[in-house]
Design a protein around this ligand. Sequence first.
Ligand SMILES: Nc1ncnc2c1ncn2[C@@H]1O[C@H](COP(=O)(O)OP(=O)(O)OP(=O)(O)O)[C@@H](O)[C@H]1O
Length: 182
Amino acid sequence: MCAQIIFLHGPSSSGKSTLARALQAQVDRPFWHVSIDHLRDSGMIPIHRFRAGDFDWMQSRERVFEGFHTSLSAYADAGNNLIVEHILDQSEWGGRLVALLADHDVFFVGMHCDLETLNRREQQRADRPVGSAQRDFDTVHDGRVYDLELNGADPVDTNVSKLLHVWRSGRRKSEFRAAQLM
Ligand SMILES: Nc1ncnc2c1ncn2[C@@H]1O[C@H](COP(=O)(O)OP(=O)(O)OP(=O)(O)O)[C@@H](O)[C@H]1O
C-alpha cells in the first residue's frame, strides 16, 4: 500500500519538530510524527547509559539508525502516513532511505535557516550540544534535491500553508522521485 511521507530535512534548530507538530495538527488525514528524538527522549534507546560511558555509542550508532530507517518502511508498508523529521548525517543514509521508501509517495522538504537564528535558538533551548546547528548548517543540504525548500525562520503557519499547497499539487521532483523513475 502506498503511504504518504512528508520528510522534513534540515539543521538542528531549523524548526523541523515545530513544523511537524503543526502539520500533524492541520493535515486532513492521520499522519504519524516520527523522529529519532522520540526514541531517545522516551527512553527506548538507553541514551543515559551511553552518555554515562557504560556503552560505546559509536559501536551502536550505525545499527540504531539502520533500525530507525527500516522501521520507517515498516510503518509505511503497513499503510501509515508519516511526517518524518531527520538529519541525514551520513551520506549513505539518503540512498538507503530512497531504497527503503521506494513504494511510497515521499515529499522531501529542505528546511533552511540563517546561522544567527540557529545559534540563538540552540542557545535558548539549551538541550542540544553547542555547535550542533553550526555543524549541520555547513553540510546538511549538500547534494540534496528537494520537492520544496522552506525558511525555518518564517512563521510556522506560513510554512504549513506553503507545504500543504505544494504537497497537494502532487508535483514531485526530489531525489526520492528521481530514483523511482530510473
Ligand atoms: N518558525 C519558528 N519561529 C520561531 N521559533 C521557532 C520556529 N520554529 C522553531 N522555533 C523554535 O526553535 C527551537 C528549535 O525548534 P525545533 O525543535 O522545531 O527544531 P528542530 O529542527 O526539530 O531541531 P532538532 O533537529 O535539534 O531536533 C524551538 O525552541 C522552537 O520553539
